[in-house]
Design a protein around this ligand. Sequence first.
Ligand SMILES: *Cc1c(COP(=O)(O)O)cnc(C)c1O
Length: 378
Amino acid sequence: MYAAVMTVADKKTVPMFDLTRQWAGLHEEFLRRLNDFLPQQQLVLGEVTRDFEAQLAKKLGVRHVVAVSSGTDALLMALTALDVGRGDEVIVPAFTFFSTASVVSRLGAKPVFVDILPETFNINPDAIQHALSPRTKAIIAVHLFGHPAQMDKIVAIAESRKIAVIEDCAQALGAELYGQQVGSFGLMGCFSFYPTKNLGALGEGGAVCTNCDELARRLRRIRTHGSEEKYVHEELGGNFRLSALQSLALMVKLPHLEEWLQSRRRNAQLYLQRLERISELILPAEMQGATHSWNQFCIRTNRREYLRDFLKRNGVGTEVYYPRPVCLQPAFASLGYLPGDFPVTDRVCAEVLALPIFPELREDELTYVCDKIAEFFM
Ligand SMILES: *Cc1c(COP(=O)(O)O)cnc(C)c1O
């Protein structure tokens, strides 16, 4: 009898991610602001977007934020603002989300992939040195999972060769290196407000930040069909504008960002403490001088598929970011990369497993996840 009760009580479901918990605390404030917002019918960009841009710029400690339609568009626009095109090369990590590299190809330039460091999953600065060529126009440094890349080294390499650094901060809003917010080390920083990121809109959204007045102006122009003066188009640009409704949602959420980041950090610390004893696991690190934003908490094990399946059967949601090196995606087949080109990336792709770490994850849920992982390795 007792044992049966234990079994039932022991059975939990822990989602990988659950936005409904966050929304519960926001919906009143959002509806109140929506009531003031809707009668104005300023639906695209508008005052609320300017307010959001100013708030985010303040948070990041940068001169300009240009709010845009997505993180992917932010990257595409940043490269466009540098006139990246046919004949140019852009250095990108082999282990990242697809769009870090696809934007390079979409502009007719060539992504040159390099391997990562196993400790942080981030681009290896020494590998960048070997990938440089006279055609290299830019480096995209990704702060993957929220851990800052080695910006001091990367910026030094770029400066010595007079090439640009763009930061892909899609997963790293709030991360810092030596007390400085990511996004402000390179020429431009690109952010995503996709709902699963640290600051999520009610749909798609993104931003580019920069300290350069000229680039900010160019980015604003690119955002609206290359136009500054109405119906005069200096360049092609596109429609990369953010919907005002998304800015409104982001304005409601931004004041909570710090507390959510704190919760992610608390969750990460609990995981690190409780999984420390399991010698079969490689746990994510936070390097000296770095403040992780913990968008993802990715452990490594060479029994990844078995562990994932075991957790699934026990009600625990997990994800694999990312199962395949970007350079081996079918869309990049013509570039001719092969398995084995980037040994660290290959290994990490086979071993990573992301655990639930969203801010509203409860401690009993986290404990359950850790207990199940321990049980698997017992
Ligand atoms: C999410 C993400 C992007 C793309 O952002 P979207 O808003 O989804 O277009 C780019 N790079 C990385 C590393 C990401 O995680």
